[in-house]
Design a protein around this ligand. Structure first.
Ligand SMILES: NC(=O)c1ccc[n+]([C@@H]2O[C@H](COP(=O)([O-])OP(=O)(O)OC[C@H]3O[C@@H](n4cnc5c(N)ncnc54)[C@H](OP(=O)(O)O)[C@@H]3O)[C@@H](O)[C@H]2O)c1
Length: 233
């Protein structure tokens, strides 16, 4: 039974973890609004075809403020029980050191992983009710406290920045906070995670969905791994 009242918007749902999350929420009876960047067919389109009206596809590049504003206009009057920004990227040379990365590459990763998600959250947050959830896909690599080994410096910095911006957003809600979540999913086999990642989407994504649903009853911002353990900032 599909309730039109239970809706999740997943920004960046074309493939990988975003698409797998969309499929997981569909399987649990949710209505999913999933975004893709362009007209190319994606796994999300296949899911939409197979899911009998439970998936609506919207176009959004999170780095394009005009597209964010246009999507917000299209969503006017709707309720988002969850707003989750999954979209993210990494540096083309993921181990490039911070001192030698090109400015263009640094800006691309930082804007995609930190500024873009916050722009989406700021623009859409008023569609999320008091008992809703606002979240973004962070990473364990965004933890400053846990960074003992370096590596993936640009990516780490971008996810740490995302975490900091979410904390600032949450601080503005301190008097009556909604549930807010920064997720550290673990190292997962996707295009971004690569073939050496130890965990599959199949074993991870149900845990992420469980966590997101459970988190709705806990107001305030948390930075959690897929088992619900707090990640040190
Ligand atoms: N895999 C891991 O091990 C791992 C670990 C920790 C955190 N994460 C995070 O999990 C999230 C998903 O990663 P993934 O592993 O599933 O990666 P992925 O397979 O490379 O998928 C990335 C997704 O982000 C979308 N995206 C990228 N830039 C975008 C933009 N400017 N606007 C809108 N959408 C954009 C992509 O859309 P297109 O199809 O249009 O490119 C795609 O849907 C990311 O935030 C990533 O940092 C992943």
């Amino acid at each position: 039974m599909v309730s039109p009242l239970i809706t999740i918007l997943i920004a960046g749902a074309s493939r990988g973890l975003g698409h797998a999350l969309a499929a997981e929420f569909v399987s649990r009876g949710w209505h999913v609004i999933g975004t893709v960047r362009d007209d190319r067919p994606t796994p999300l389109h296949d899911l939409a075809k197979a899911s009998d009206g439970q998936v609506r596809i919207e176009t959004l590049d999170i780095n394009a403020p005009d597209q964010i504003a246009a999507l917000r206009d299209r969503l006017a009057g709707e309720v988002l029980d969850m707003l989750f920004v999954n979209a993210g990227t990494t540096a083309d040379d993921e181990h490039v050191h911070i001192g030698i990365v090109s400015t263009d590459e640094f800006v691309r990763v930082m804007v995609t992983n930190a500024l873009g998600p916050m722009r989406v959250i700021e623009a859409m947050q008023d569609l999320v009710p008091a008992d809703g959830l606002i979240g973004a896909m962070s990473s364990g690599q965004g933890s400053i406290a846990n960074n003992e080994r370096g590596l993936r410096e640009v990516y780490r910095g971008s996810k740490a920045a995302l975490n900091m911006f979410m904390r600032s957003f949450a601080a503005r809600e301190a008097d009556a906070p909604r549930a807010m979540l920064l997720l550290a999913p673990g190292w997962i086999r996707t295009d971004l995670g690569g073939p050496d990642a130890p965990f599959t989407m199949e074993e991870t994504v149900p845990l992420l969905a469980d966590l997101m649903i459970a988190k709705r009853s806990t107001p305030g911002l948390q930075y959690l791994d897929r088992f619900g353990e707090t990640v040190p900032w």
